[in-house]
Design a protein around this ligand. Sequence first.
Ligand code: IPM
Ligand code: MG
Length: 372
Amino acid sequence: MELNIAILPGDGIGPEVTAEAVKVLKAIGLAFEHTFNFKYGLVGAAAIDKKNDPLPQETIALCKDTDAVLFGAIGDTAYDRDPDAKVRPEQGLLGIRKALELHTNIRPVIAYDDLLTKSSLKVKQIKDTNILIYRELTGGIYFGDRNLSEDGTIASDVCEYHRYEIERIAHAAFKAAQSRKHKITLVDKANVLETSRLWRRVVKDLAKQYPDVDLNFLYIDNAAVELIMNPKQFDVILTENMFGDILSEEASVIVGSIGLLASASIGDTFAMFEPIHGACSNVKNKGVANPIASILSAAMLLDHFNLSDEAALIREAVDKSLKLHITTPDLNTKYDNITTSKVGDFIEDFINNPEETNLNFTNIHLGQSTII
Ligand code: IPM
Ligand code: MG
């Protein structure tokens, strides 16, 4: 298969982690005889610096002209500190999501057996957690009208949803549940918000088409507690844009590090794959950024094109890296010399040589031996 992939490294640790995902995709291309062509574009603070625009037209054109987009990270502390900044890096990411109409964001939350003790939660609480969060990505308060009164004392952000926006992501979530544990939990604030009541009505109507899926409802405040108290009760969580942003970041506590959470953002025509973490500018270029979220996002990209053996091999390599503690310091308590690129090298090696022994892998990646 030939795929043209737009690479938007973005800001902070984005370029470092994306480089490892590209390394891994190249290895997959060689191993399975696919041609992946990578085309780079500017977005975020990096684009503001060079083009004075967080989302230059040529970046949108590049994304529309390729088969898929792999996105790094966005954000810069300089802008975070300035509430008056008119141009912000985040406008780049939100702008792409809107321009490509990437309405359905899928965020898997999986508790890896080898990482159970890394979570600050109890092992018995989190073991076997496997959740898919379906986060609506192009509507709601993220994209409603914003207003600040002239005297700067009153501000508003409108949260608006249309029936069709709820229906399209809900269909996707129901279909996903059908191939999993047949359970959906709609998270909302229907006791207060009109938009949430619309979500409930629409999703309840739709549920009639999926009689084999059990539909549940939870208020967001309650869901925030249930998600960490008893995450195993969830299968597919369906929710609107901002609730999904918050819940998915909270869910990273279950997994052990936000550096592990990947996502797919799917529209009717385009698709983008992005780690859920931000730019973490404070650790930029230190070699400590965890590339696994980006690498697993690349695996989701391959799944999107039905390259499921290829995606499975990446996941196997990631599992192996976790088992052998070839991981960055956010997870590692065993070795202190594993950098971002070493994790990528390990996964690349595994793809080239999946039969190799654990001992040889460990020795090589700790630089202790050349016994292969
Ligand atoms: C995410 C991020 C973004 C969001 C930010 C960077 C705009 O937090 O993808 O979860 O809020 O959607
Ligand atoms: Mg977020």
